[in-house]
Design a protein around this ligand. Structure first.
Ligand code: NAP
Length: 244
């Protein structure tokens, strides 16, 4: 039977690759976006042309009411959500001592509160069904920490703590919660660093290249799939060996 997935930040980068991969695996997909309406709607149309089902839904994941409305819209059009991928994210690059309070709060609002909002919205149905899967997209910086990315790293670490705690709480209900921790993945977020930095990051990666959004999408699909049905509370690093 066709299952429904909901992917936050599905309009670009890693999220878009996850959406394509899940649609290819037979999921109907709710594609959440913040601003990139055309990109999200084009992606939904692309999936429909290929015979799949998809719907683009706008919501700032930091906004609890907007998230609930977007998820309701997706459920109405596509059916109850069996797989949630919390991927929406934003980058940061500032010295901690200069960081405005709003930036600190925004990082946590998008990465930590965002997952809180989506999970609370989909969980009652998963608990009722005693089935479901959640994959959170953290970062290697959430595992290791990174200078000038303190709010980013701390909020991504929060997502790891949420993953592990919730996995323990929900395992008896047959709901799995896992995390992927991407390394440096070539998306708009990384393009902003400039060619020189990108080349140096590729050089520092033992695998000799940066990751692609598809590298991460494959890991998400694995954690969501039946091969991973006894795996919960784990953080799967997808970084070509960057933090080894
Ligand atoms: P990206 O290309 O900048 O795409 C970010 C996506 O998140 C877009 O779809 C964007 O929507 C959406 N988004 C941002 N803020 C949102 C909000 N408040 N509400 C809803 N959607 C929101 O970034 P990416 O590189 O694909 O990153 C995806 C995830 O992977 C992020 O969580 C990021 O932290 C994580 N990650 C990335 C890397 C990397 O190297 N690229 C490494 C580790 C972890 P719009 O298109 O509408 O703006």
């Amino acid at each position: 039977m066709e299952k429904t997935a909901f992917v936050t930040g599905g309009s670009r980068g890693i999220g878009r690759a996850v959406v394509r991969r899940l649609a290819g695996a037979g999921y109907a997909v709710g594609i959440n976006y913040l601003q990139s309406r055309t990109a999200a709607e084009d992606l939904a149309a692309e999936i429909r042309v290929q015979g799949g089902r998809a719907l683009a839904v706008q919501a700032d994941v930091a906004d609890r009411a907007a998230v609930r409305a977007a998820i309701e819209q997706a459920v109405e059009a596509l059916g109850p959500i069996a797989l949630l991928v919390n991927n929406a994210g934003i980058a940061q690059n500032d010295l901690f001592q200069d960081m405005p309070e709003e930036l600190w709060r925004r990082m946590f609002a998008v990465h930590a509160d965002g997952a809180f909002h989506t999970i609370q919205a989909i969980l009652p149905r998963m608990l009722h069904e005693k089935e479901g899967c959640i994959v959170n997209v953290s970062s290697i910086w959430g595992l290791r920490g990174a200078a000038c990315e303190t709010a980013y790293a701390a909020s991504k670490a929060a997502l790891i703590g949420l993953t592990r705690s919730l996995a323990a709480e929900l395992a008896p209900s047959h709901i799995r919660v896992n995390c992927v921790a991407p390394g440096v993945i070539r998306t708009d977020m990384v393009e902003a660093l400039g060619e020189e930095t990108i080349a140096s990051l590729a050089e520092q990666t033992p695998a000799g290249r940066l990751g692609t959004p598809e590298d991460v999408a494959k890991a998400v699909a694995f954690l969501a799939g039946p091969e991973a049905d006894f795996i919960t509370g784990q953080v799967l690093t997808v970084d070509g060996g960057f933090i080894l």
